[in-house]
Design a protein around this ligand. Structure first.
Ligand SMILES: C=CC1=C(C)c2cc3[nH]c(cc4nc(cc5[nH]c(cc1n2)c(C)c5CCC(=O)O)C(CCC(=O)O)=C4C)c(C)c3C=C
Ligand SMILES: [Fe+2]
Length: 437
């Protein structure tokens, strides 16, 4: 089994640069393009329809339409990310355009056996959906669409273990996150027994998966909270680029890269890790972080760049060079001031300022309308992946809490931590070693 890798029709959509919208964060070779059966039938149907109307102006129009239509269908729709593998998909997978985060609590009376049956159902359905196959009793929401890089990732929250009678299996790493000064957390939108992260490059495909999995939870688990997010659509930029967030910043540049010698160790629990059921798994910190965009947008470009420590236009560090140039925290300007200010976000968050602490940030932006004062209710569904939150998110957020210029423009409104087990093989289900171990 290998780490999930999207398979695409157009190789130029697959540049292999980490953090870029279209980049796979894995170095395994890409197998050939795989187009789902449903996709092929759809394309054949479109060609057939064009043939029927060929001739005259209508025919010319139809022929033109068929020439340009297959482009997005074959590149975006046909991308498959396997559900099966050593790690679950949706961790190192390139950012998708649409995301749903959803947390459930076990229903009263639902025990370990019921939870195991649910995870078995969920894994089977996720495996089908990610291959572009419709599950039985399908809603039809995603009819005509290919898998569109759909990923489904499952996790367990701390409260799951008590409710399912599995306290012995509770990982130390699932200790509650400490309080932070900048927290303004809503309990109803935080934590949860079970978590699903859904990502896809098509909105209907993403919702289809959400709906299918929610239906399968009936009687066993009840919805606790749900959040919807988005990123730029693959192919929207002239060439693959790192994503931007709603503050307009290029965000994701200095993420750990799969090619880094210590990437696996930082992001994934080793095969010999504790507890054994978390082998090849990871821990996801989820924070709903609202951005104070009205205040932010009032800042001059120069101030905005100083707050972050990078140029807004191209993400280059203020210590010089281009986006990929390593940040020089010690660089001093001609007037003796630091090129990257003392409280600049990239200085305070950098591994060098936090005894090497690092995490893989894989967020979605969100916009939930406008607040009573007219300000956008918008920001970042910040998702950080690491082998141990105490060596990733926690020390960095503690440091940011003490003095980060960007934090003045942010409000952390919801928080959760989930243990995300390793992936499963076909016929198995996610969490099987926990639920049957
Ligand atoms: C606790 C961890 C972090 C939180 C919370 C966080 C929130 C947050 N960050 C941005 C925007 C940017 N962050 C950038 C870099 C960056 N951020 C963190 C950690 C947290 N950010 C780290 C570890 C780093 C990398 C630092 C480094 O090593 O250089 C950047 C710069 C580009 C990049 O490297 O990604 C931006 C921009 C927002 C908007 C935000 C909350 C909404
Ligand atoms: Fe950041």
């Amino acid at each position: 089994m290998s780490t999930q890798q999207p398979t695409r029709r157009e190789p130029e959509d697959n540049p292999g640069k980490d953090g870029r919208t279209d980049s796979p964060q894995d170095s395994s070779p890409s197998p050939g393009a795989r187009i789902s059966r449903r996709r092929l039938l759809g394309t054949a149907g479109a060609a057939g329809a064009a043939g029927l109307v060929a001739g005259g102006a209508a025919g010319a129009y139809a022929a033109e339409a068929t020439r340009s239509d297959p482009e997005p269908l074959t590149s975006v729709g046909s991308t498959t990310v396997s559900f099966h593998g050593r790690h679950q998909a949706g961790i190192t997978t390139p950012l998708q355009a649409h995301g749903h985060l959803v947390a459930f609590d076990l229903a009263p009376g639902a025990d370990r056996k019921a939870a195991a049956a649910l995870l078995r159902r969920w894994s089977r359905t996720a495996g089908q959906l990610t291959e572009g196959e419709a599950p039985p009793d399908d809603t039809g929401i995603a009819l005509d669409a290919g898998p569109s890089a759909l990923t489904v990732t499952f996790g367990f929250g701390r409260t799951f273990f008590g409710r399912a009678g599995l306290k012995e299996q509770l990982p130390e790493a699932l200790a509650p996150l400490p309080d932070f000064a900048s927290d303004a957390l809503e309990a109803g939108r935080s934590n949860g027994d079970l978590w699903i992260q859904i990502g896809a490059n098509d909105g209907l495909v993403a919702f289809h998966a959400l709906r299918a999995l929610q239906r399968e939870a009936r009687g066993t688990a009840r919805l606790r909270w749900q959040m919807n997010g988005f990123n730029r659509t693959p192919g929207a930029t002239g060439h693959p680029m790192t994503a931007r967030n709603l503050m307009g910043q290029i965000d994701g540049t200095n993420n750990p890269k799969p090619s880094d010698e210590d990437f696996q160790r930082r992001i994934f629990v080793p095969a010999t890790g504790e507890p054994a059921w978390m082998a090849h798994g990871s821990y996801a910190v989820v924070r709903r972080i609202r951005m104070l965009l009205d205040s932010w947008d009032h800042l001059s470009l120069e101030r905005q760049e100083k707050v972050v420590g990078r140029r807004k236009s191209d993400g280059a560090p203020l210590s010089g060079g281009a986006e990929d140039t390593p940040v020089r925290l010690d660089k001093v300007n001609g007037d003796g001031s630091l090129a990257i200010a003392g409280a600049a976000h990239v200085r305070v968050a950098a591994p060098a300022s936090n005894q090497g602490a690092a995490m893989l940030r894989r967020p979605f932006s969100y916009h939930d309308g406008f607040r009573e004062d007219g300000a956008p209710d918008a920001g970042l569904l910040f998702i950080a992946w690491q082998a141990d939150p105490m060596k990733g998110f926690v020390p960095v957020q503690r440091k940011l809490d003490l003095g980060d210029d960007l934090s003045r423009f942010l409000r952390h409104e919801a928080s959760a931590l989930f243990a995300v087990p390793g992936g499963c093989a076909p016929g198995e289900y996610v969490g099987q070693a926990l639920l049957e171990g």
